[in-house]
Design a protein around this ligand. Structure first.
Ligand SMILES: Cc1cc2nc3c(=O)[nH]c(=O)nc-3n(C[C@H](O)[C@H](O)[C@H](O)COP(=O)(O)OP(=O)(O)OC[C@H]3O[C@@H](n4cnc5c(N)ncnc54)[C@H](O)[C@@H]3O)c2cc1C
Ligand SMILES: NC(=O)c1ccc[n+]([C@@H]2O[C@H](COP(=O)([O-])OP(=O)(O)OC[C@H]3O[C@@H](n4cnc5c(N)ncnc54)[C@H](O)[C@@H]3O)[C@@H](O)[C@H]2O)c1
Length: 465
């Protein structure tokens, strides 16, 4: 007898978990298929959680946040090892897995272990070491995520040539490191290794890093990278990578340059996990990056099959993936109550210093001929900035010149990702820049930067009145 469910979700990362839990809350019979031994997806095992925990350990042990107060030689631990970083990461991974398992279990979600593939649009085959079983469901959510993109010309060996899944497998901290790819992953790890004193060369084929972020903020980040002795090679493409006899690594660039380092991190994007799914059985095709096309409700061409999270492409964030999972599960059962607006989705980039933003960039607004003005607050003018020792951060508000509605919030500096949510709430609730002027903020806090930036912007406007 085939077991029948109301919803089957493939993949237990953030998007799959939220889809499964939302459907369970609607009283549906739900199963979650996961091919790994543990739940949580790339988010908990190899992506968000390990990298953000590693960053926290780097900041703490290197004393990074206090160097401007106690001097450049201040550090909590003299010789930081990869084992120091891995120790903290393993602890957080374990607790996150426990929390996730408990959530799934108390919502009565049935866990099926194995690799899922489509038989047709309502039947899935799940294969594990004990064999294959067929399950049936009227609705299916694909939440299979991504893996690091690979190249035959880059021999990943797990010791000196690695991808982001393998960073914590490095036995020792290299003295010099090559990072290929100036996207979020490449830049975040560049910052962490540079803060540990590693001399990093970052190679990016485009003219600038983090293309989707506001240019002024990226320029500020580039200043910090150079200050941390990072060499940036923009407009350069890595063609192949070689292991040398002495154990070092050489990146061969298309421009015929050769860059040598003790280790190389290959971070040139991600590839959707679609190979095992047998998508042709349901008439769905993925693109060359393994991304599955969907409509605004996350339905694929097979109308009862949804796809959410990284496997559908940009922005590929854990935060957004969770929301996509929730929306897809709701739509599968005709629930239109979730009114999620992608224009208010935030971006948090955990560089050092961190960057966070939402809404439009100055470049986008210029392109769209929107009349805007900008208000900026520098952390060095904010008492909390001085107290925390971050005097280089800044918060930029972009607002409409005529109705003063907020069009974008862009922050670089300590606490940026948390601080952004103040601007997000005001934007989402339809407030304008006057809100910040008329509101009393706790003092001394970084949130005060909103008020300073609003005054700065309004002062610029008043020059035209
Ligand atoms: C290094 C790194 C750092 C990141 N940092 C951040 C961050 O700071 N903030 C942020 O918001 N996002 C961050 N992200 C992105 C975030 O991790 C992803 O957006 C998120 O994990 C996507 O969730 P998902 O549910 O789509 O897929 P995943 O988390 O990838 O989970 C997919 C699951 O599906 C399973 N699966 C795949 N195929 C099958 C199959 N056929 N059968 C059964 N199971 C299958 C996989 O085993 C996996 O467990 C980071 C990513 C990386 C790589
Ligand atoms: N803080 C966060 O939210 C966070 C953190 C990490 C990852 N992520 C997600 O993970 C996803 C993947 O990140 P990513 O950085 O791997 O991918 P990406 O696609 O964002 O960046 C890859 C970069 O590598 C460059 N590149 C490609 N081939 C190259 C070559 N041969 N030589 C030199 N440069 C080359 C590309 O031009 C691009 O800028 C992102 O979409 C991101 O949303 C999010």
């Amino acid at each position: 007898m085939t077991t029948v469910y109301d919803l089957i979700v493939i993949g237990s990362g953030p998007s799959g978990q939220r889809a499964a839990i939302y459907a369970a809350k609607l009283g549906k019979k739900v199963a979650l298929i996961e091919m790994r031994e543990v739940v949580g997806g790339a988010c908990i095992s190899t992506g968000t959680i390990p990298s953000k925990t590693m960053r926290e350990a780097v900041l703490h042990l290197s004393g990074y946040n206090y160097k401007s107060i106690y001097g450049m030689n201040y550090r909590v631990k003299e010789r930081i090892t990869m084992a120091d970083l891995a120790f903290r990461v393993q602890h957080v991974i374990k607790t996150e897995i426990d929390v996730t398992e408990a959530q799934l279990s108390r919502n009565n979600i049935e866990m099926l272990t194995g690799t899922a593939s489509f038989v047709d649009a309502t039947h899935l085959k799940v294969t594990n070491s004990r064999g294959s079983t067929i399950y049936e469901s009227a609705n299916i959510v694909i939440a299979t995520g991504t893996k690091p993109a690979a190249s035959v010309k880059v021999p990943i060996n797990g010791t000196s040539i690695i991808n982001s899944d393998l960073v914590l497998d490095l036995k020792t901290l290299p003295k010099t490191m090559i990072v290929v790819g100036g996207g979020v992953i490449g830049v975040e790890f560049t910052c962490m290794f540079a803060a540990l004193g590693v001399r990093v060369t970052l190679i990016e084929r485009r003219p600038r890093l983090l293309e989707f972020a506001d240019q002024e903020i990226v320029e500020a980040l580039s200043y910090h990278l150079r200050d941390a002795r990072v060499t940036m090679r923009m407009n350069e493409e890595v063609e192949s990578v070689e292991e040398m006899e002495d154990g070092s690594v050489v990146a061969n660039l298309e421009s015929k340059k050769k860059i040598q380092g003790d280790a190389l991190l290959f971070a040139v994007g991600r590839q959707g996990n679609v190979d095992e799914l047998n998508l042709s059985a349901i008439g769905v095709e993925s693109d060359e990056r393994g991304r599955i096309p969907v409509d605004k409700d996350y339905r694929t061409k097979a109308r009862n099959v949804f796809a959410v999270g990284d496997v559908i492409g940009f922005p590929s964030l854990a935060s957004v993936s969770m929301e996509q999972g929730r929306v897809a599960a709701a739509r599968a059962f005709g629930d239109e109550s979730i009114l999620s607006n992608p224009s208010f989705y935030p971006y948090g980039i955990w560089t050092i210093p961190e960057i966070s933003f939402l809404g439009k960039t100055e470049e986008q607004l210029t392109e769209e001929d929107v009349p805007y003005e900008v208000g900026v607050a520098y952390y060095r003018e904010i008492a909390r900035g001085q107290i925390r020792g971050d005097t280089t951060g800044r918060l930029k508000l972009i607002f409409h010149r005529e109705n003063k509605s907020i069009l974008g919030v862009h922050i670089i500096g300590e606490g940026a990702s948390e601080l952004l949510h103040v601007g997000q709430a005001v934007m989402a609730l339809g407030g304008n820049i006057d809100y910040f002027v008329d509101t009393v903020f706790n003092y001394p806090t970084l949130a005060e930067a909103y008020k300073v930036a609003a005054f700065n912007g309004l002062n610029r406007l008043s020059k035209f009145e």
